[in-house]
Design a binder for this molecule. Sequence first.
Ligand code: ACO
Ligand code: KIV
Length: 565
Amino acid sequence: MLKNPASKYRPFAPVRLSDRTWPDVVLTRPPQWCSVDLRDGNQALIEPMDLARKLRMFQALVKIGFKEIEIGFPSASQVEFDFVRKLIDEDLVPADVTIQVLTQAREPLIRRTFEALQGARRAIVHLYNATAPVMRKVVLGLDEDGIVELATSQARLFNELAARQPGTDWVFQYSPEMFSGTELAFSKRVVDAVTEVWQPTPGRKCIVNLPSTVEHSMPNIFADMVEWMHRHLARREAIVLSVHPHNDRGTGTAAGEFAVMAGADRLEGCLFGNGERTGNLDLVNVALNLYTQGVDPGLDFSDIDDIRRTVEWCNQLPVHPRHPYVGELVYTSFSGSHQDAIKKAFAARKDGEAWDMPYLPIDPKDLGRSYEAVIRVNSQSGKGGISYLLESEYDLELPRRLQIEFSQVVQAVMDASGKELSAQQLFELFEREYGVRSVVAPQHPVLQERDTAQGREVSLKAEVSVAGRRMKVEGRGTGPIDAFVDGLGRATGQPLRVLDYHEHAIGEGANAQAVAYLELRVGNRTLFGVGMDANIVSASLKAIVSGLERAQPQKKPQERTWQSS
Ligand SMILES: CC(=O)SCCNC(=O)CCNC(=O)[C@H](O)C(C)(C)COP(=O)(O)OP(=O)(O)OC[C@H]1O[C@@H](n2cnc3c(N)ncnc32)[C@H](O)[C@@H]1OP(=O)(O)O
Ligand SMILES: CC(C)C(=O)C(=O)O
């Protein structure tokens, strides 16, 4: 890179528009949408779409709700021509959808374009020619007058060819190419000259499309340029003012939104921002930005993953996992504090309430995404995410101090592997750590109760196996748990106390299980034991054995053996 980039690059020129109004505008309704996936998106593909892919994309766009779809550049190739014919000949265009096609301002191409459209019910024919200084000089070798002459002569050809096909309801569109890099006064001059030829009326408008063919400036500058055009164009009342932002600086979405605030009526772009170089404006992004402001965009993305799969198939390009609204990872939280906040907000949220969810600007359900993938656990995660997954996938409601204890177990495993843990892996780790499957309930229990002067007394005899060692326990207490703790303490010679107790059911009916979480004091250690059983008392007794097993001196995590004192 250069030490002095100014020796090579020029800053963009600000627009003189001190009375700009667009910054105060609030968007309360959607613009007119036009998808250019089948043209600008298609021309940017490594392998342009064949007929089957074009048709599938067209049908997906119709299903989403687009009413204007640029279906191709019919003079560019046979496939492009044939696709237009296919839609017309096979009557595949719904009555409320208008197809649009693009042509350069070159006579043979324009003639071929009108030929492709024969028999169309309604069509937008889109004419463009270069207007930017570098293009005038280097590509076309024309001065400003030459460019105006080129544009107007071809605009006249539009009038002529359309008149020969009166059965079609024609709409004309004009784009000064690289509007973003063209002097504003010249853009106005050429656009006014074209609309003078076309003579649109408020009842029969033409479309003037302002492309940031290359995104040259910050989006506020683009908005100033659009507002300037909006205020200065002749015949504005007879024009649908459209913009066509690209995304070279990564601000295509902002440019599109600001342009609508600045007076644009219509937005051209592609699904998930496909298009030349860094792409076109991402229509899904803008539509869902509106949606999250409470504005119905008039486009339906309620199965956004299906749309992504279609787009990936047609474009043969992947959508990035972090792409706004659609990426595989955008409804996933790995970091502990995010998980904690999301978990609490889900628990606090009541149906019908306004969406006010930390770290989730949109309800994934609205786009057909599920909550399950919202939280994933890796070394950046904390107890909130871990317990969320265990609760949402396995119905385990870990008490808070157990969440803290188990998250340290998880962290040790993560630190060693560096990998993400799925909900299933977390559950298996939990089962192993607390011996949920391996711990056996006390065998041959004999339980007796009697009333004494101090109250009810329970005595319990049983055989128990703790970490592979069988022992007989005999104890007394105010209830079975108390008696078991007393007996185990005697049998192992280890002081044992229950500090806290939580239990809940998992599942219903014949398959219901009880799960008990007991916080124990074993010797000088405080730790949890967990037991699961169809019977709640057995679940509690198993939890005590679980805690006792875990209390023995540790060799390696996940590898403990019993050492009796
Ligand atoms: C910014 C955009 O996205 S605009 C859309 C661009 N899309 C595409 O180009 C995809 C489809 N294009 C194609 O298939 C081909 O380019 C075609 C069929 C249109 C034309 O092909 P060719 O005739 O072989 O010409 P080529 O592609 O090299 O275009 C360059 C010629 O067009 C002329 N030209 C370029 N832009 C324009 C314009 N806006 N208006 C008029 N003429 C133009 C150039 O001056 C050059 O003419 P020259 O050969 O006399 O020097
Ligand atoms: C033809 C125009 C609209 C275009 O695609 C562009 O300038 O990016």
